[in-house]
Design a protein around this ligand. Structure first.
Ligand code: FES
Ligand SMILES: [Fe+2]
Length: 378
């Protein structure tokens, strides 16, 4: 009998998947949403962090619990570039050193630190490293840099485990069912034959279609451990094919956040944060999952359509799916491969063996479709 598959889903600090994922940089917030002087409480892989932008404009991140008596530092004030606790005013620098204790002897300060984390802003997102030791080299995305068009930065939660979102990225077939309205409108009619291969950075996925028109081969890239890059078809929210990089970040075991950067050809070059569609896709997702409405009833022009369609398909599996019950077929080769890679890497980690050093090329990855075409309103 085959060995039991490793647990990819649970991501607490002591779990194998949690330890593995903590070896990489992850986006934690949109840059535009972190204002000077307004700290936020951010959650990543089941842990809370205090994120703030000091008066110098620099972003900082520390653990959320104040070392004095544990209240959330994110409740506090920004003082210069430091964070000052709301409860009794202890003040910490971005490196985590205590700088002031209003009611204590001066000599106590030097002895107290809070854990601080490396942060880096890139393409409108704040990335953090919460693993042990020095952070790994920061991975750049030449496809998204120096865009001649506009760039939007998205953030939206999904009410299920991050690995279900990753599996969805490797499953091109679902477009023809979950997003059938859109596939229809752009003339993408033919179901693909899916081919996947392991690469130095993760997985290259090809969806082969033999027909003409829009029915050509599409290429997607999955960059380990949790990044999907595709040329996304037109939708009610964007009327052109658009290269999108999506980070699938666990918030906790049962919720994940997508951070996405999307190129908008033909628009003025600018980084801007995307506004949440109205009504809120999470509310619609909950209404559909609770049986109060049907996904088929959503107006095809609703800008959050893709989001809700994916959300309900994935959360419909359960917040954490039991994969031992799956009956996988030939169209599931992408799902099979990503499970195999995670299984292999987590097994190596468990045995104290080296894991694969993933490396994406410095040059741009290729995508089969880049032409601009309209979302046809019928
Ligand atoms: S709990 Fe933060 S200063 Fe007391
Ligand atoms: Fe989808």
């Amino acid at each position: 009998m085959a060995a039991k598959q490793m647990d990819f889903a649970h991501i607490g600090p002591e779990t194998l998947a949690g330890r593995y994922l903590r070896r990489f940089w992850h986006p934690i917030h949109r840059s535009a949403d972190l204002q000077i002087g307004r700290p936020v409480r951010a959650k990543l892989m089941g842990e809370f962090f205090t994120l703030w932008r000091g008066e110098s404009g620099e972003a900082h991140m520390v653990e959320d619990a104040c070392p004095h008596r544990q209240t959330a530092l994110s409740l506090g004030w920004v003082a210069g570039d430091n964070i000052r606790c709301f409860y009794h005013g202890w003040e910490f620098s971005g490196s985590g050193q205590c700088m002031a204790m209003p009611a204590e002897k001066k000599s106590f300060e030097a002895k107290v630190q809070v854990r601080a984390y490396a942060v880096r802003e890139y393409l409108g997102l704040i990335f953090a490293y919460i693993g042990e030791g020095d952070p790994p080299a920061f991975v750049r995305y030449p496809e998204l840099e120096n865009s001649s068009g506009g760039v939007t930065v998205h953030q939206h939660p999904v009410p299920c485990n991050y690995f279900q979102r990753i599996e969805n990225d490797l499953d091109e077939l679902h477009i023809h069912f979950v997003h059938a309205v859109t596939a229809d409108r752009i003339g993408l009619h033919e179901m693909p034959e899916i081919k996947v291969s392991e690469t130095p950075y993760g997985i290259r996925r090809e969806g082969h279609r033999s027909g003409g028109g829009r029915n050509v081969t599409r290429i997607g890239h999955f960059i380990m451990p949790n990044i999907s890059m595709v040329d996304l078809p037109p939708s009610p929210a964007h009327n052109y094919w658009t290269i999108t990089a999506s980070w699938r970040v666990p918030i906790d075991d049962e919720t994940m956040m997508t951070f996405a950067i999307r190129l908008r050809p033909g628009e003025a070059p600018a980084h801007e944060s995307h506004r949440v569609a109205s009504p809120d896709p999470m509310q619609l997702t909950e209404d559909i999952l609770a049986g109060r409405m049907r996904v088929q009833d959503i107006d095809p022009k609703y800008p959050g359509l893709f989001n809700v369609q994916d959300n309900v398909a994935m959360a419909g599996q359960g917040r954490i799916v039991d994969r031992s019950k799956d009956r996988l077929g030939q169209s599931d080769v992408g799902v099979i491969l990503i499970r195999k890679l995670y299984d292999r890497e987590l097994r190596a980690l468990a045995q104290g063996k080296p894991t694969k050093k993933w490396k994406r090329p410095d040059t741009k990855l290729d995508f089969a479709i880049s032409e601009v075409s309209a979302y046809v309103d019928v």
